[in-house]
Design a protein around this ligand. Structure first.
Ligand code: CAA
Length: 379
């Protein structure tokens, strides 16, 4: 068993840490307050290779392993969880899905640009009545000769305002249940496709979330991913890897909360001594550090299994379940240690607290992760 990172993995980790501290941190409070993320920052993330980390160099990607991707996600999430989800959806869901299941023409047309940040991708599965119950799709993609006619609404779609490419899951044949679902590549600007106003969110406010409406959008057949009826398996398989990305985001939020609590407890005094000298604070820090390490090893196990070509579904769900709980725990404790200062924006931890919550909801709620875990351990 080897717990050592490679030289290359450490370099990527350091690069992401520098980028998060020097570029993302300075404007993060304002972006959160005003709910925006400038396209130039995404371009910069693309130039540094963060938008297509695991994509093969043949399609302009970084050709890196999942462990490297996770390390970068953790560092970026320590300061800006919004930047991290923009990156995670593009990398884990859109680029990975296209590279693994797309046609050569789809890869040339979309993946080569998504991997560099020239294009941005969205993954569109959720609907007003299909969140956890993802097979219950009401969006329809009716086979109409050389194209599909797409109608319906998607909800809570990350990157929707910035995106150029949308992977849309829809029912072609309801009778066939989940085997009648397809995934279509929809381009911004296609006639009948409308991006609804931005959602006003609790957390990850820098990232941009919208509903999408499709009114008789004609999507060419060559934009279907995989064979007819492959869409649900596509979504589930892609989300398995996506959960590793969100677990990394959660761990970054948890570790960021711990780091700020450690630093604060060394400078803030109460009862004539620094906070760190009170056992009540020491025990909180010890519990936070232990939960962070437990999350880190569950997460790296899942990433290493994926890199080794092993079945990582169980580990990915465990990592997401545990890391998201740890994010909530550490953000809450960090606010408690910061006291009144933890409740105001300048100290960052109140944002971590708001950002942490979504990691227990998207890419499969904690309840869905428990479903996946129990199904796996009971089979
Ligand atoms: N990996 C691969 N295939 C899977 C799978 C997985 N983890 N889970 C299910 N499947 C396959 C099954 O094998 C089955 O296929 P076959 O019939 O060919 O064998 C098919 O999918 C249907 O599976 P079930 O019968 O188990 O379906 P179900 O309805 O009982 O449960 C579920 C499915 C696991 C609950 C699923 O609906 C699910 O994961 N729900 C959560 C959806 C989710 O994560 N949404 C996140 C939205 S995307 C997002 O958040 C992105 C973002 O913007 C940040």
């Amino acid at each position: 068993m080897n717990f050592t990172l490679t030289e290359e993995q450490r370099m990527i980790q350091q690069m992401a840490k520098d980028f998060a501290e020097n570029v993302l941190k300075p404007g993060v409070i304002e972006r959160d307050e005003k709910q925006y993320f400038p396209r130039e920052l995404i371009t910069q993330m693309g130039e540094l290779g963060f938008m297509g980390m695991m994509v093969s160099p043949e399609y302009n990607g970084g050709g890196m392993d999942t462990v490297s991707y996770v390390l970068a996600m953790i560092e970026i999430s320590k300061w800006d969880a919004s930047a991290a989800v923009i990156m995670s959806v593009n990398n884990s869901l859109v680029c990975w899905g296209l590279e693994t299941f797309g046609t050569e023409a789809q890869k040339q047309k979309y993946l080569t640009k998504l991997a560099t940040g020239e294009m941005i991708g969205s993954f569109c599965l959720s609907e007003p009545e299909a969140g956890s119950d993802a097979t219950n799709q009401n969006t329809t993609a009716i086979d109409n000769g050389d194209h599909y006619l797409l109608n319906g609404t998607k909800n809570w779609i990350t990157n929707a305002g910035h995106a150029d490419v949308y992977l849309v899951i829809a029912h072609t044949d309801k009778e066939k249940k989940h085997k009648g679902i397809n995934c279509l590549i929809v381009e911004r600007g296609m006639e009948g496709f409308e991006v609804a106003p931005k959602e006003n969110k609790l957390g990850i406010r820098g990232s941009d979330t919208h509903a999408l409406n499709f009114n008789d959008v004609k999507v060419p057949k060559e934009n279907r991913i995989g064979d007819d009826g492959f869409g649900f398996t596509f979504a589930m398989t892609t989300l398995n890897g996506g959960r590793i990305g969100i677990a990394a985001q959660a761990l970054g939020i948890a570790e960021g909360s711990l780091n700020l609590a450690l630093a604060y407890s060394k400078i803030r005094k109460s009862f004539k001594t620094e906070l760190m000298n009170h056992q009540a604070i020491q025990f909180k820090l010890a519990d936070m550090a232990t939960e962070v390490e437990a999350s880190r090893w569950l997460l790296l196990k899942a990433a290493a299994e994926k890199d080794a070509g092993l079945d990582f579904v169980l580990s990915a769900s465990m990592a997401k379940l545990y890391a998201s709980k740890t994010a909530m725990f550490c953000a809450t404790e960090s606010i408690q240690i910061h006291g009144g200062n933890g409740y105001v924006k300048e100290y960052h931890v109140e944002r971590f607290f708001r950002d942490a919550k979504i990691t227990e909801i998207y890419e499969g709620t904690s309840e869905i992760q428990r479903m996946v875990i129990s199904r796996n351990i009971l089979k």
